[in-house]
Design a protein around this ligand. Structure first.
Ligand code: NAP
Ligand code: ZN
Length: 352
């Protein structure tokens, strides 16, 4: 397979910083699109992967799955875009496309294993996939998204993960005008959940541990903010919500939130991966036919649907643009929940 080298930022170990390295990319195949990366959002999953929080990171790890760029080369059979177009890539770069889930536009649940944009198994090069903290990416056109022309490109990048990860449960659980939705945690995913749920016409409440994010949440469109550490405040929304999207990245007690669900309500975990502590109490679930569920990003068609919706409703992320050289400091701030509300890397800084 013909390959070429590009500059990237990645890490060699869980306790090592992210730094400059070279990686290989394949030369475009028939159906491939080569994209020069202009902007890449910084997701908390990048940090989990770099630090091996989930225990399955292959090193070197080059994170980044909120990619917006310009098409620089296309294979002979590509029809989706042409050289010079703006294109985007999210969390998925491959799947079998033949299993039942793939055929139903659920590539993220591919029975034969979806390939993540980073830390996945690259079917062409054999090693792990490398993400968007790099000059260029080469992706099969099926996994490339089109970007609405009216949106700011840097602020679009976070839609490719934070946007679709919150859009998918909003759609799956049928959120529409008048639905009562709550969001736990005001970070990258949380702020997109507020904007998208509002866009769908829902009544939206934020649960946050951080009182000084209240003003921002209201400006982002939330109708109310409940400080999750305040028991009285929590009691004031007992039995209220149809759907809660829980974006908290680390183990936490979900029991207090279950009591804020109405009958038939669902709490969807999209953040933390692993066993819950303290133990989940089934009593309020049984007494209210409530559900606790999970959700993983979204399929390609649903991602395009979300981007088109954002184009129509003028929805983008609230971003802080950074240089790639500042990525380690950005991770430190993310760990302190000090992101307002998504870091996006200006990839032009890679040339410095
Ligand atoms: P983020 O920007 O760091 O935001 C997380 C927010 O959660 C924080 O701003 C904070 O909000 C709250 N929080 C953080 N630590 C907490 C703790 N220990 N207890 C309670 N609340 C806490 O992260 P993100 O990029 O939105 O990602 C959130 C999680 O989703 C990560 O674990 C990421 O890996 C995961 N993720 C999952 C998918 C999927 O497909 N399921 C896709 C993308 C990301 P407040 O200050 O308001 O409390
Ligand atoms: Zn992500």
């Amino acid at each position: 397979m013909n390959t070429f080298e590009v500059k990237a930022y990645g890490t060699q170990a869980a306790d090592a910083p992210i730094k400059l390295m070279n990686i290989d990319r394949r030369e475009v195949l028939e159906k491939d699109i080569e994209i020069e990366i202009l902007y890449c959002g910084v997701c908390h999953s990048d940090l989990h992967t770099a630090k091996n929080d989930w225990g399955f990171t292959a090193y070197p790890a080059v994170p980044g799955h909120e990619i917006v760029g310009r098409v620089t080369k296309v294979g002979s059979a590509v029809s989706k875009v042409k050289v010079g177009d703006i294109a985007a890539v999210g969390c998925l770069v491959d799947s079998c496309r033949e299993c039942d889930n793939c055929k139903h536009n659920l590539e993220q649940f591919c029975s034969n294993g979806m390939v993540g944009t980073y830390n996945g198994k690259d079917k062409h090069l054999g090693h792990q996939t490398y993400g968007g903290y790099s000059e260029k990416v080469v992706v099969d056109e099926h996994f490339v998204l089109k970007v609405p022309a009216n949106l700011n490109l840097a602020a679009v990048a976070p839609l490719l993960c934070a946007g679709i990860t919150t859009w998918s449960p909003l759609r799956h659980w049928g959120v529409s005008k008048g639905s009562k939705v709550a969001v736990i945690g005001l970070g990258g995913l949380g702020h997109m959940a507020i904007k998208l749920a509002k866009g769908l016409g829902a009544d939206v409440t934020l649960f946050s541990r951080t009182p000084d994010k209240t003003k921002d949440a209201l400006e982002l469109g939330a109708d109310a903010v409940v400080i999750s550490t305040d028991d009285e405040h929590m009691a004031s929304v007992k039995g209220k919500f149809d759907l809660i999207i829980d974006t908290v990245p680390y183990v936490h007690d979900v029991n207090p939130y279950i009591t804020t669900l109405g009958v038939n309500g669902t709490l969807v975990l999209v953040g933390y991966l692993g066993g819950l502590e303290p133990i989940l109490n089934t009593v309020p679930l049984i007494l209210g036919r409530k559900s606790v569920a999970g959700s993983l990003i979204g399929g390609i068609a649903e991602t395009q649907e979300m981007l088109d919706f954002c184009g129509e409703h003028n929805i983008v992320s609230e971003i802080e643009l950074i240089n790639i050289q500042d990525i380690n400091e950005a991770y430190e701030r993310m760990l302190k929940s000090d992101v307002r509300y998504r870091f996006v890397i200006d990839m032009a800084s890679l040339k410095k």
